[in-house]
Design a binder for this molecule. Sequence first.
Ligand code: ADP
Ligand code: MG
Length: 277
Amino acid sequence: MEHVRVPMISLRGVGKSYGAHQVLFDFDLDVMPGEVISLIGPSGSGKTTALRCMNFLETYQQGEVRIRGALLGYDIAADGRRTPASERSIAEVRAPLAMVFQQFNLWPHLRVVDNVTLALTVAQQVPQEKARQRAMAALERVGMAAKAQAYPQQLSGGQQQRVGIARALAVHPQAMLLDEPTSALDPELVDEVLSVILSLARDGMTMVMVTHEMGFAARVSDRVVFMEAGRVVETGVPAELFRAPRTERLQAFLRTWTQRNGATRLDLPATAAEAHA
Ligand code: ADP
Ligand code: MG
């Protein structure tokens, strides 16, 4: 029998509204194991919403989100109608995923190691001692073990985000969702966070990342998804999408980005294979 690869994350026709205001339309995406996907697009285009629908931090109304084949957020009844899934079932289906937030979302009153440990003792009921070991291993992975006893406000933004990444890694996720992980940082602190993300990508971590760092997206991604007004406008490998955008809308978006960032061109690898080399 032919081996069928099941997507880590699959969205089919996903639509989402806030009240009467529809912000996501007919969103399709398959994220295969080991793939790195970047979501780009103007502010308000629905990138965060799409990402948050992938782990049901936001409810979607149309279509399907599946994690390793399992429907997320709904149960299908015998008559084919769907009903909201239980919290427990949602937690089970999304267990392979971990999220990294733009604003880090660390607890200010907890030391670094306790911030990371808490993700395991509360969400996964890992025993305290074991959770602490895993927390320290994750902090080691992002170069933050030496700051385990510090409080978040004693750290730079870049260090805090590395702790945020460690907290996600500690749950041993099969895929990570990152929402503009560097956009809250001073420019000189961006690189330390991007290099952690790049090293996870090279280790084979499956990732979906919302980002405004076009050069980085070009370097790290297998595929890039350009969104506008709640819809996917273009999807492609970075070399094609950035070098030869097909739509006027993506051309305009990249032109604006290049002007704002003072770059004369995007420094692009030829292929995704090269990018991961
Ligand atoms: P992006 O991440 O691309 O900037 P978002 O996904 O945050 O875009 O937002 C997409 C649209 O949804 C925007 O019009 C935004 O105003 C709207 N939106 C986002 N969050 C909410 C919310 N909690 N309630 C109502 N509207 C929202
Ligand atoms: Mg956003």
